[in-house]
Design a protein around this ligand. Sequence first.
Ligand code: PMT
Length: 362
Amino acid sequence: MDSPLNSEIESFFDSAPPLNDRAAISEKLKEFIALNSSESGTRRVACVTSGGTTVPLEQRCVRYIDNFSSGHRGAASTEHLIKMGYAVIFLYRRGTCEPYCSSLPDDAFLECFEVTEESAVQVCQPYSEAVKRAIRDHHAAVAGGLLLKLPFTTIFEYLQMLQMIAVSSRSLGPCSMFYLAAAVSDFYVPWKSMQKQFRVLKIERLVDFVDVPNVPQVYLNWSIGAWKLNFRRVFLNQLGNKKAEHKIQSGSGPLDMQLLQVPKMLSVLRKEWAPMAFCISFKLETDAEILLEKADMARKKYGMHAVVANELLSRKEQVVVVTNNGKIPVYRDKTSSDSDVEKPLTKLLVDRHSVYIKDSNT
Ligand code: PMT
């Protein structure tokens, strides 16, 4: 590990708080991989990442920067991959969509249930079939050793767990697939130079500011290598650690802070962590004009086997799979109301994975 990128990666991991449940996660992974590898033939195992990572701004975190992703893409893709015979390690952001839950109501979970006169709990009629199906399919996948769910919240947890999964699944060789649909933070505050806590008079989630249109007090200015966040109405009575490497300053006015760039882990995943795995990354843009070019650049730069290019507003209707053989558009089947774009997308990628396994074995 001596290239500039590798030393950035090392310093990212050195600065990360250790995972609380590292030993338990490692045990679960070992069991899951062993269950799906046997002498008679190894099952294909996909690691599907889903949801957005957060960047905490304090060690005892009150405020954080969030990355947008509902987790629908990852959850739906997991269901399709399991149907096609894969075992899936679902690395997902706590609280985002999970497999087999898409037909359940989003907000009012308790509305699904009622208490009978005999004080038993039962599912209300309109939801009864959906809940039964969700429970049955979910239990079958977990009990059958086809689904392992590992939740994360922060960028630190996500990247440490991704590394653990990649290294643990090395023994699967080309039968392992990485389907990296999570929206990963580009900038972070190094853990060790972060304040332990801020005493904040007015506590706000950054994402809440950003989501509300026309909120005048929020300015997000892109600058080279750093997000500059200016908040007029976040009052702090404990200011940034003067010795900290990154800058957190505030008076009664704006708060300025500089974040470090999260090193892209895609090339190290390909070259070192899981060199035989079939790797698919995603490229999200809001500007369709530059999307395909950037996806192709990412494919070449990080040695991905495919990059799924999607544009924010149309991502549920169409995507383009960029490979070394060209760019293949994939559409949702509009003739069926309950269809999704993940079905044809995963089918295409599974076919590509089959070719990859065949080529790797000859
Ligand atoms: O969840 P949904 O609401 O259904 O939406 C799905 C989605 C739009 C989030 C998904 O389809 C998608 O595009 N996910 C990737 C979004 C993203 O983070 O794009 P990016 O351009 O920032 O990163 C490109 C790739 O680099 C990603 O595969 C990511 O895993 C990787 N990356 C990113 C940042 C970083 N520091 N390190 C990385 O390795």
